[in-house]
Design a protein around this ligand. Sequence first.
Ligand code: DC
Length: 335
Amino acid sequence: MVIIRGATTVAADTKEEIRKGVAELLDQIINRNSLTKEQILSIVFSSTSDIHSYYPAKAAREAGYAGCSLFSAMEPEIDGGLALCIRVMLFVEKELTPHHVYLRGAKVLRKDLTSIYNIAIDGPAGSGKSTVAKQIAKDFGILHLDTGAMYRACAVKVLEAGVSPDDEAGIINVMRDVRLDVEYENGRQKTLLDGRDVSEEIRLPHVSLAASAVSRHPSVRMHLVEKQREIAAKMSCVLDGRDIGTVVLPDADFKFFLTASPEVRAKRRYDELVAKGHTVDLEQLKEEIVLRDEQDSTRAIAPLKRADDAILVDTSEMTAEQVVAFVEGKMQEKI
Ligand code: DC
């Protein structure tokens, strides 16, 4: 037997809205887990104490969930808790990896159980970290810190100074007076190098390779890791990178490690760059990705590596939406 969890919020405490909310939530759980109604043994609902107009269990029965046992309970009122929220637990007779489903206002983590929390998402280039981290930050209303962008900005500085990414002494010199800042505009990270917005420039392929080379040096890592920890200590955020779960925040509340095949990752980068109007060669991108994997995972300090307690997600066959739903479900499951 498997237990699947879910929650949603409803627009108002009316019979109509409760019936609509319950039907939508159960139907999505059924669809995302490829279930039939007959495989459900029992459904237990709890709802926040501002819901009085209708029993969620009755709404489920009316939505066609008639063959299983149903139960509704009311939750105590909790300071800072969600309003108009219906939570559900389905007991299912099928062996599967459960996909928990959180809709509408229930996408955020329970405020009564979480204060400041950090989510670490690590993985190689093109594994989908950045896309997924962005969406999670939006859903939970927290900050997204793209740590790769910081290494990329350092690479721009090093390249502009005419220093080779392999020249440790030259890099130490350059890092002495680098000013690196991240700012947020409508939830989007802006990366500033000595006050100049380099958010677009840092995405160019030659910067990718230089960033990977520059990030090998302890002087660069020390500088950036400190900045990343400072930001994460102040507010809830989702950080994506290579060493977040292992080095930057080994005690992060949630840790994920995303992977995908080199072919899939190269194609994603290709589509991203082409959409921005760049002319790129798919084969060359693939070679660069393989080279970067090699550089990032074999370096002496903070190599790209899954933390023992990070959840591994192979995104090769998944859409970004599926990865987000999986990651958010795992987080809800943990609290
Ligand atoms: O995630 P990205 O492709 O933007 O990262 C660019 C490079 O920066 C990557 O090849 C290795 C380095 N990096 C790192 O060493 N540690 C991080 N936390 C993030 C990125």
